[in-house]
Write a protein that binds this ligand. Structure first.
Ligand SMILES: *[C@@H]1O[C@H](CO)[C@@H](O)[C@H](O)[C@H]1NC(C)=O
Ligand SMILES: *[C@@H]1O[C@H](CO)[C@@H](O)[C@H](O)[C@H]1NC(C)=O
Length: 938
């Protein structure tokens, strides 16, 4: 048998070889008619092709791809499916020819790495067919589908009929929900508001096809681009296995989380990512702390759309080179939301309009923050704070990690090693600083009776996650001594208890914010005691590609019970459900805008919390990945984001930590945090040179904080990203699609950090725009546009650039925001090639809960054109601005020395006016913030 096969193969190979080659240079034996396109979307080049591991060979023959797979599939395979179109029919481990064919699928080996050998046939036996006619509903359509062949099942218990509700929710938002019309399944309780009737005018069309399986398409009306098309694979809807495949119109696909992705723009060569919240230090491909089944795709004409699968069950996503995406989840329903953009910013605005806009952070929380696990004592904290001050390093927030607690017990502090902590917190506050404490979700159940009220009250209230018997609490092991129980935050009673505990504890430690950790939820064992019973919830027929293929490892058994249902469904919602009550607790306790930092997040968490990228390693590679994570969380509607500066695990080095301080000075959430037992890494510990470089970089951050704060205001009100990739702003420049080594604050400020050891320059890509060096004001020459250019980056410098066309509000920096907020403001005006620019400033007291709702704020808009700058005060509702002034105005890109400057009718001259040959104009002025500026260059 084997011999015959190889003989046949040889015969075909000979036939292939006998065909004339197009070019003798083509490094291939694959004939033109056998080529399988490896770069179906536009923009193929030899380099992009070879990077994908494919062959490049130009030809004049029509419709023959230049870029194609470097393998001939085994030609003896029956009904062979071209490799890029293959959808895995044996996604679980242990595929074999026999197992594959028994499922009615095709077994065919391939040399293409990670491509499935077992794939669904092109016309599948697994699909559904439309039953009856689509019915019109108030919001759109309702369809009923019947399984075509009830004998065929991948994992058993297929459901038929299934229903699809299509809702035309808004002009740019479409929802389609595939569910069991006869039995209620778990649905994520995220409230997404939508009008009760279908949007009349939509930017999308849908198309149903029933030939022979049901398929459907979503089309962008204005261009005809197909955004969603299920024709590549059959829908599967079983009790514990749901699968759907769509083609995507290009390979510029971003998002899905939380993972450590090697690149911002995804590799689509059969890459798979599992999603299931897990206490897992970032490791490439592993499922991490949060779950975000959301992606964004830039179509080939630069229109952009985004799609959410609102599902919280363990799931995975396969990105295939067709290009296509295959979603697999093991519970809930298939509830998709499509956002039509058409710009990347519009997509994020529409996404956050649906899931909840990001919360508005306090001004102080934009300052630099310092933390470590294992200071060990208050003395060490004090020493650290003192050396930070000695070097004058800007610094707003100090943290207490779990070692401030007594024996790791929530709502206690260590009265020996941290004796005097309450008084010290007061002292920090007098110096204008803030203090944030960590809280874990689990509580020890083994303290002596009558000594640990948080547990006893919770026990009385019946608020823990229970075992499958629904009455006894699930007991696991975590940080505190003894064994622990796990509050079930999906239960409203638990929220009451938690808020009460947090508010009461504020009288012990006067914290300003809460940092909620370990809320995946983390447990040190596999499942609670005594382990997980053998049943379909704990051991489902398919386990998505998550670490160790285990749903219980480092957490609770899936058959545990929460108020909202089985832990199987609600596991990844644990941190998400803990976040709103924590937010309310901080608001109540402090009376101020809440600060909540959560390790586990889900769709919509950004409304209540920020996030840090987890227990990262102190390695150069991790520093690069932190940019990718930061860009992704901005897509997920969680713009208050940053990684642990200098890394958490492993010891850092001088140079790595210094470069990371420079990069981290531009994280929206800027915190240096370290693991237990690691050498100290605060920016003051490495001596004077390091401290001075950190100080000067942080002073730039503090100078630009009014701009950053205004970006957060825009994000909170309109849903914009705060930090964004270059592709958000220069979408039609395809070279920007893959850039993740540099990033922008809003539209106007580019940060291009050093990410390599020993490097003293950075290759920076300058999209078509005017750019100015932040340090000198020199304009980047036009010959650098659309190119990578090597820019100097000595150890004391992180390359920074301003984009022409924008006006950034600034403020003279200080060592805390409490002090800098009293300083004079400035305007940094970078002109574009037409000599124009615009910008705005939002200002309020920085920490009131509802300054926007109550209109107690100040908002000014600035425009510059035809040699004239004008301010318009849009809102003047905050009296705290009355004592503030503008003292400098800098204009970059001025083409010739002005003869005179007229400011609000008065001529400025002398030392108050400076003009440099590089086109930088500096004015010293003194004008109240509330006065509208009118500056004329003559
Ligand atoms: C868990 O068990 C307690 C009794 O110990 C009960 O009061 C509570 O309602 C149960 N919760 C769930 C979600 O089963
Ligand atoms: C850290 O972990 C996050 C995920 O939690 C990942 O996105 C990021 O790239 C990792 N690296 C750094 C340096 O943050």
């Amino acid at each position: 048998m084997k011999r015959i096969k190889s003989l046949q193969f040889f015969a075909v190979l000979l036939a292939v070889l006998a065909q004339p080659f197009h070019s003798s240079e083509c490094p291939t034996t694959i004939s033109e008619d056998l080529r399988q396109d490896c770069h179906p979307e536009p923009g193929a080049s030899e380099t992009s092709c070879i990077t994908r591991g494919c062959r490049w060979c130009e030809t004049s023959a029509p419709n023959v791809p230049f870029c194609f797979y470097d393998s001939v599939e085994d030609p003896t395979c029956p009904n062979n499916v071209p490799v890029q179109k293959r959808i895995d029919c044996h996604p679980q481990l242990g595929a074999s020819k026999e197992a594959c064919e028994a499922k009615g699928c095709i077994w065919c080996s391939t040399k293409v790495s990670n491509a499935p050998w077992c794939s669904f046939p092109e016309v599948g036996p697994y699909g559904y067919a439309l039953s009856g006619q689509p019915q019109k509903t108030a919001k759109g359509w309702r369809l009923v589908l019947m399984k075509r062949n009830t004998m065929m099942s991948l994992f058993g218990n297929d459901i038929s009929p299934v229903a699809i509700d299509v809702e035309f929710q808004t002009k740019d938002r479409l929802r389609f929900k595939i569910y069991d019309p006869n039995s209620q399944r778990f649905e994520v309780p995220l409230k997404i508001e939508s009008p009760s009737t279908a949007a009349a005018d939509t930017s999308y069309d849908i198309e149903f096809i029933n030939d022979p399986s049901f398929q459907f398409k979503i089309i962008r009306k204005s261009t005809g681009t197909v955004l969603w098309d299920t024709s590549l694979g059959d829908l599967i809807f079983a009790k514990q296995y749901l699968q759907i495949t769509t083609t995507v119109p290009s390979t510029s696909v971003y998002g899905f989380g939380e993972h450590e992705h090697p690149s911002f723009k995804h590799n689509m060569n059969f890459v798979n990512y599992g999603m299931f919240s897990r206490d897992q230090p970032p490791t490439t491909f592993a499922n991490l702390y949060g779950v975000h089944p959301f992606y964004m795709c830039i179509e080939s004409d630069s229109n952009t759309h985004g799609i959410l699968l609102l599902n919280s069950n363990a799931q995975d996503i396969t990105l295939s080179p067709n290009p296509s995406l295959t979603f697999r989840t093991i519970g809930g329903i298939l509830d998709f939301y499509v956002f039509l953009g058409p710009t990347p910013e519009n997509v994020v605005q529409q996404y956050t309009e649906a899931i909840g806009r990001p919360h508005f952070p306090s001004y102080w929380s934009l300052g630099f923050q310092l933390s470590r696990y294992g200071y060990g004592s208050l003395d060490v904290v004090k020493k650290t704070v003192d050396r930070m001050r000695q070097y004058g390093i800007p610094y707003d927030v100090q943290y207490g990690d779990i070692d401030y607690m007594e024996r790791h017990l929530d709502f206690t502090y260590d009265k020996e090693n941290y004796a005097g902590l309450p008084e010290y917190i007061q002292q920090l506050k007098k110096d204008g600083m803030h203090y944030v404490i960590i809280l874990d979700p689990f509580l020890s159940k083994d303290e002596a009776p009558g000594t640990y009220r948080p547990y006893e009250l919770g026990q009385e209230m019946g608020i823990w996650v229970n075992n499958s018997d629904r009455v006894t609490p699930a007991v696991g092991k975590a940080w505190p001594p003894g064994d622990s129980v796990f509050p079930d935050y999906t239960n409203p009673r638990t929220a009451d208890w938690w808020i009460q505990m947090c508010v009461e504890f504020k009288t012990v430690l006067d914290y300003d914010g809460l940092w909620i950790d370990m809320n995946e939820p983390a447990n040190f064992g596999t499942g609670q005691y005594p382990g997980c019973a053998l049943n379909d919830l704990n051991y489902p027929p398919y386990v998505p590609r998550i670490t160790d293929s285990s749903l219980a490892q480092k957490t609770l058994c899936p058959d545990s019970k929460t108020y909202l249902g089985d832990h199987y469904n609600t596991h990844s919602l644990f941190g998400w459900s803990q976040t709103p009550p924590t937010f309310i607790a901080v608001q109540k306790a402090t009376g101020k805008r809440a600060f909540v930092l959560s390790r586990s997040t889900f769709v919509g968490s950004g409304k209540y919390a920020g996030h840090w990228l987890g227990d990262n390693f102190s390695r150069w590679k991790d520093m690069h990945m932190s940019i990718i994570g930061m860009l992704e969380f901005n897509l997920f509607g969680i713009p208050y984001i940053g990684a642990d500066i200098c890394g958490f695990l492993l010891d850092t080095t001088y140079e790595l930590c210094l470069r990371w301080m420079q990069l981290g000075s531009f994280y929206p959430f800027s915190r240096n945090h370290n693991g237990e037992g690691q050498t100290e890494q605060d920016p003051a510990v490495f001596g004077a040179e390091f401290a001075e470089i950190s100080r000067s970089t942080l002073l730039i951050r503090y100078t630009l904080l009014p701009y950053l704060y205004t970006l957060f205001f825009d994000s909170h009100v309109h849903g914009n990203t705060v930090v964004r990739g270059l592709m958000h702003e220069f979408t039609s420049d395809h070279q920007t699609h893959g850039i993740d080594t540099a990033f922008l604050w809003g539209p106007a400020f580019m940060i291009a950090p050093v990410l390599q050891e020993g490097a003293r320059s950075v290759d920076v890509y300058f999209p078509e725009a005017s750019w100015f060096d932040y340090y000198t004001g020199d304009e980047v020459p036009a010959s650098w546009h659309r190119k990578y250019v090597s820019v100097d980056a000595p150890l004391d410098k992180i390359p920074l650039f301003l984009r022409g066309g924008y006006i950034l509000p600034t403020q003279a920096p200080a060592t805390t925001t409490t002090r800098s907020r009293l300083n004079p403001f400035g305007l940094l005006i970078a002109l574009d090639e037409r000599g124009e620019a615009s910008g705005s400033l939002f200002w309020d007291d920085g920490d009131s809960i509802d300054s926007i709702e109550k209109e107690v704020y100040f908002l000014a808009k600035y425009t510059f054109s035809e040699g004239q700058m004008r301010t318009k005060v849009v809102k003047n509702g905050y009296r705290g601005v009355d004592s503030l002034i503008y003292n400098t105005v800098q204009v970059l890109g001025v083409t010739s020395r002005p003869n005179a400057i007229v400011l609000n009718g008065n001529v400025i001259r002398g030392k108050d006016l400076q003009y440099q040959e590089n086109g930088k104009l500096t004015l010293q002025i003194s004008v109240p913030l509330t006065e509208e500026l009118n500056i004329i260059l003559q």
